[in-house]
Design a protein around this ligand. Structure first.
Ligand code: FMN
Length: 282
């Protein structure tokens, strides 16, 4: 099995689809979800920036307006009902209207209270419904089958009274568990490319969303990875709203060196994967 993962560098294996539209998994193949992840993650060699890549990116950015102008496939149908866009926007709570990506920070430490509130927006227990007999505590953000396959890790360097290091957010205990002391700021400088070193120093930390395959694989099989990605999106959006609510800044980051960050956290290889992260700060 290990060899299969290691040799799996040249692209995903061919899939055979059965008549119901589900992929047929050859016997002794590893979980396809894991394979997709290995094929799509950003590897270390991609993390080294080359001038020609920068040029490509610059051109892509210049071209962005033409990309946005690409018409939706549905053009002909008559609009049968039109809503008042700005009126609807104005009716939303201000923190929702104000959500945005922040890549500049002040250097002021984020308080533990604000960190807790931001995390709570994604993980706090939801109100109990007296008409529903839940066998477990449910959260404000949903999860496929209520199995919660995403774990939350924190890499902190500028949070009130918390030493630099790697931490785990224990949702049940609603507390931060120490994992290791580490120069996490340095690790961020080399493993993500969205925030400059100067701004990163002024930020407070990173939140890494980690998919734990075995938690849902028994139920969703080869769809488990897709569900993990969907859930990470839900959680990140909630964190982003939490940041807006507590008036701190947050930048979601999909492009980072997954394998390096996995090592920084100390994840179990081929079982736990970082999918998505953000940098936050005042
Ligand atoms: C899935 C996803 C991945 C993203 N990855 C990055 C990233 O790697 N680097 C970055 O600077 N911003 C990233 N962003 C932030 C987007 O650039 C940002 O959301 C977009 O420009 C819209 O701006 P807004 O969030 O202020 O509305 C990501 C956003 C999403 C939803």
């Amino acid at each position: 099995m290990k060899d299969l993962y290691e040799n799996f560098g040249s692209g995903p294996p061919p899939l055979i689809w059965n008549r119901t539209g589900f992929p047929v998994i050859p016997e002794n193949e590893p979980n396809l979800g894991i394979m997709y992840h290995l094929a799509s993650r950003i590897e270390k060699y991609m993390c080294r920036r080359r001038p020609e890549d920068d040029l490509k990116y610059k051109n892509a950015v210049c071209d962005i307006s033409s990309q946005l102008n690409k018409k939706s496939r549905i053009q002909g149908g008559k609009i049968i009902s039109k809503f008042e866009k700005q009126k609807i926007a104005n009716a939303l709570p201000a923190f929702i209207r104000k959500r945005k990506t922040t890549r500049n920070f002040t250097g002021i430490q984020v308080s533990q209270e604000k960190l807790a509130m931001m995390l709570g927006m994604a993980t706090a227990p939801r109100d109990k419904d007296p008409n529903i007999a839940d066998f477990q505590e449910k959260r404000v953000v949903g999860s496929s089958g209520g199995l919660y396959p995403i774990d939350i890790y924190l890499l902190l360097w500028n949070v009130e009274k918390i030493p630099h290091g790697v931490y785990f957010f224990d949702v049940n205990e609603f507390g931060i568990r120490f994992i290791s002391k580490s120069n996490v700021l340095k690790k961020m400088e080399v493993n993500q490319f969205s925030i400059s070193d100067e701004e990163l120093k002024k930020a407070s930390g990173a939140i890494v969303l980690v998919f734990v395959n075995e938690r849902i694989e028994w139920k969703y099989g080869n769809f488990s990875y897709t569900f993990g990605c969907l859930e990470a999106g839900h959680i990140m959006h909630a964190l982003s709203l939490g940041a807006s609510y507590t008036e701190i800044g947050l930048c979601p980051i999909g492009g980072f060196c997954h394998s390096e960050i996995n090592k920084v956290i100390g994840l179990k290889e081929n079982e736990e994967f970082s999918l998505y992260m953000c940098i936050f700060g005042s």
